[in-house]
Design a protein around this ligand. Structure first.
Ligand SMILES: *[C@@H]1O[C@H](CO)[C@@H](O)[C@H](O)[C@H]1NC(C)=O
Length: 335
């Protein structure tokens, strides 16, 4: 009897795990390393695992982290440095070497969600982005591994985002984004976006209601045709969907590879209560529903960040972490 029960339990666990994997959504954490006092990667990966978080993002192919990820079951988005975009675009051999050094040794034992060319790329970098994406994608495909190749943009590439249906890239970004969207759409790869309601709120608290920024109320604040927005996160994501649609990328999935709220550094705008409220609401929201534009489509989202990072610019930038460097919580989040 006990054996049958444990077998059923095991089966249920397996089914839960499989359905989680198949979903492609869920919550991840950004593992930033701009600090001189962080624990070693194996400790950090154990910590992530102990929290039942199944995804992380790293900003460069740090081999210490990739070693720790081997056989961990934790999926990872691997970034390239912005400085490598031009090299990857100009030289297919540079792209090949990058893949040989950073992907080939790890792909058999580490689940790689995607490779992202750069982080919050500038419109200027978008000029060479298509060639960079193609070179890196060809290099990955030549190895036989199947890994999406994409890039990470910031919402500041949008010239307009209000109301969300008016989302549109700036004139400077548009030609590049047209090419990027075409590449992503034809391969079925997602676009990665950094999305911070905090900065919108802190930059214009007169017009951005706090509860709307915190995802902390179900009252509709912005009406947009037939759609109603109760939180700024959804409005920002749908603004990106609208902008992607206008450059031919309407079918491209938007992944929020960064969002968060600092717990310190800007007076009353940055308290642990606000940071905890935003991040807890974010977890609850993205794991339960999509955005008004795509209600059935939960947004795959990565919180920034695991740790407070002491070598970032002073102020809010150093205080986005859920954890202190000694692995104690800055505040608690349930995943
Ligand atoms: C979030 O909403 C709840 C329920 O309305 C409220 O009690 C709480 O004070 C809000 N949190 C913040 C940080 O404003």
């Amino acid at each position: 009897m006990g054996l049958v029960l444990s077998f059923i339990k095991l089966l249920c666990l397996l089914i839960i795990q499989l359905s989680f994997l198949a979903d492609g959504d869920g919550i991840g954490l950004n593992y930033g390393l701009v600090a001189d006092n962080l624990p070693a990667p194996p400790q950090v990966i154990s910590l992530v695992k102990s929290r039942n978080v199944a995804k992380i993002r790293i900003f460069e192919p740090n081999h210490g982290v990739l070693d720790a990820l081997q056989n961990s079951g934790i999926e990872v988005i691997i970034g390239t440095l912005n400085a490598d975009i031009a090299n990857i675009a100009n030289d297919p051999n540079f792209a090949k070497d990058w893949v040989q050094n950073n992907i080939v040794p790890y792909a058999p034992t580490v689940k790689i969600r995607a490779i992202s060319l750069g982080n919050e790329v500038n419109p200027g970098d978008l000029g060479s982005m298509l060639q960079a994406l193609k070179n890196l994608d060809n290099a990955v495909k030549a190895t036989g591994f199947s890994i999406p190749v994409t890039t990470t943009i910031g919402v500041y590439l949008l010239a307009s985002s209000y109301p969300p249906s008016q989302g549109d890239f700036s004139e400077a970004a548009k030609p590049g984004m047209q090419q990027v969207s075409g590449f992503l759409a034809s391969n079925g790869y997602p676009i990665m976006v950094t999305t911070y309601p905090y900065f919108a709120y802190a930059g214009d608290p007169e017009h951005v209601p706090l509860q709307y920024a915190l995802i902390n109320s179900s009252d509709i604040v912005v009406k947009d045709g037939d759609l109603g927005y109760a939180n700024l996160f959804d409005a920002m994501v749908d603004g990106v969907y609208a902008a992607m649609d206008k450059v031919g990328g309407g079918a491209v999935e938007v992944v929020v590879c960064e969002s968060g709220w600092p717990s310190k550094g800007n007076g009353d705008f940055t308290t642990t209560t606000l940071a905890q409220t935003y991040n807890q609401n974010l977890v609850r929201h993205v794991t339960s529903s999509g955005t008004p534009r795509k209600p059935g489509n939960k947004v795959e989202t990565y919180i920034f960040a695991i740790f407070n990072e002491d070598q970032k610019s002073p102020g809010v930038e150093q205080n986005f972490g859920l954890y202190n460097p000694d692995m104690t919580e800055v505040y608690h989040i349930d995943f």
